[in-house]
Design a protein around this ligand. Structure first.
Ligand code: NDP
Length: 459
């Protein structure tokens, strides 16, 4: 992390270490001013008819769509994402806008009968939402926190990670271009210790949506508790990939289940748990698969894996993989840039640090299991519970294991984790609350009940 007292953010291309841009870093006063502007703008925004709000969000989606290549290019340069992934990310932001726009038109209240009157129950917007985004998926995660909140009639102040402010700034500009009222959606790039904290501590921020490490998430939650401020936390993961002997081994052991985004993915399947009868076959398959992964320039269409985000992250990943650790390894460029080769550690203890802590790099551990109970025990053996995969052709077993694994997002015979139309979030120390899916808008509302007496004046 750069010194939080600096007044600007230096955005580096992690593939080359060249400076891509410098951006002024928001101070506490800047954040307070943004919140004040947002609070004024929110009243007008919330007063729009649902169809008008939806129309503007759909126009925003069209503008994002028209700028896909530009947004993807920014994500490649500031985050080192491969071009293919970066295009998917811009598409995810666009699709979520369309989905959220539909929700804006369907937010309902209810009416509950009572003796002598009616109860009318409203879902009101909360006000101004603070979204704190990480660097691993800057554009989608900013979108998940912000767009459903906007659709429900809130204003949003978004603090992107200090390393990746560019797509957030551009999205805020595109919102204006689409016709959203000024200050309804603002980006305040800055440091977590100043701008992030200022957002969390601001009394006019009605809710915080935080994505990042469990350590910082815990601090954010503690600070929110002082103001009894609601918080959604999307935190770390150490997700199991449970491969039974009857599985389609090639699909189950797709190395991009943990290498996607260079492993900087909270859903990465970094604990490869393999049924003993096929353990040696799995090891052999993975050795070949890692050797085939093309690691290099993320802007090249053929590249499948880019660099890590920063030197700090590279040092962190290295600390888990000593040179002499028993492992299957692919290759990576030397530098400049923050490169680490695809790696599967083969000599780890199931309860050791590499097998239980979030490394956030292209590193997985390979562990054998004896039977179903053993697989579930290993899968649940970390403080995390975000996602995971179960590979078997036995439907009964797939259902039993899905019920037993403690995680918010599981997939059977698939590595897919995120769909904008299904709920996303973690169990245990992976987080609190849910994003995306049909209930995403109501998470940004508060319920008010008004009792209306139908009794006439006393005779
Ligand atoms: P953090 O959790 O510290 O950062 C996430 C976001 O929170 C950033 O915008 C950050 O700003 C901001 N932030 C930092 N401190 C505070 C604070 N006190 N109050 C409010 N906001 C704050 O993650 P790091 O970038 O430090 O990454 C460290 C590790 O966290 C990684 O190695 C990885 O293991 C994990 N991580 C997990 C993610 C996930 O999706 N599960 C995402 C990112 C990281 P700033 O950028 O200035 O620090």
């Amino acid at each position: 992390m750069t010194d939080p007292h600096e007044h600007e953010l230096r955005v580096l291309n992690p593939a080359t270490e060249e400076v891509v841009a410098t951006v002024p870093a928001a101070s506490e006063e800047d954040v307070a001013a943004a919140v004040a502007r947002a609070a004024r703008a929110q009243r007008t925004w919330a007063a729009l008819a649902p169809a008008d709000r939806a129309r503007l969000l759909r126009r925003f989606a069209d503008v994002v769509d028209a700028h896909t290549e530009e947004l993807a290019g920014l994500e490649v340069r500031e985050a080192g994402h491969t071009l293919g992934n970066a295009r998917w990310e811009a598409g995810n932001a666009r699709d979520l806008l369309l989905y959220a726009a539909g929700g804006a038109e369907r937010l309902l209240g209810s009416q509950i009968p009572a003796p002598g009157g009616w109860n009318v129950t409203f879902q009101e917007p909360l006000g101004v939402i603070g979204v704190i985004a990480p660097w691993n998926f800057p554009m989608p995660i900013a979108a998940w926190g912000s767009f459903p909140a906007l659709a429900a009639g809130n204003a949003v102040v978004l603090k992107p990670a200090e390393t990746t402010p560019l797509t957030a700034l551009r999205l805020a500009e595109l919102a204006l271009e689409a016709g959203l009222p000024e200050h309804v959606f603002q980006a305040v790039p800055g440091y977590g210790a100043t701008a992030g904290r200022a957002l969390v501590d601001h009394p006019d921020i009605a809710k915080i949506v935080f994505t990042g490490s469990t350590r910082t998430g815990r601090e954010v939650m503690e600070r929110c508790a002082r103001l009894v401020k609601p918080v959604t936390l999307e935190l770390g993961g150490k997700s199991p990939n449970i491969v039974f002997a009857d599985a389609d081994l090639e699909a189950a052991l797709d190395p991009f289940s943990f290498l996607d985004n260079s492993g900087q993915d909270c859903c990465a399947r970094t604990r490869i748990l393999v049924h003993e009868p096929v353990f040696e076959a799995a090891r052999e398959f993975l050795a070949g698969a890692l050797a085939d992964v093309v690691v290099g320039d993320p802007a090249d269409e053929k590249t499948r894996m880019g660099p890590l985000i920063s030197r700090q992250q590279l040092d962190r990943v290295r600390s888990y993989v000593p040179d002499d650790a028993p492992a299957l390894r692919g290759t990576a460029p030397d530098g400049p840039g923050f490169w680490f080769p695809p790696t599967v550690l083969t000599g780890e203890r199931p309860d050791g640090p590499a097998a239980t802590e979030e490394i956030f790099g292209p590193v997985a551990v390979l562990l054998p299991f004896t039977d179903e109970q053993d697989a579930v025990r290993l899968a649940n053996g970390t403080p995390y519970g975000l996602s995971g995969s179960i590979w078997t052709r036995d439907v009964g077993r797939a259902l039993r294991v899905s019920q037993a694994v403690q995680a918010g997002n599981l997939s059977v015979n698939s590595h897919s984790s995120v769909r904008y139309w299904t709920p996303f979030g973690g169990f245990k120390q992976s987080g609190l609350g849910r994003e995306l899916g049909p209930d995403a808008l109501t998470a940004f509302t508060r319920t008010k009940n008004v009792f209306i007496s139908t009794e006439g004046p006393a005779q």
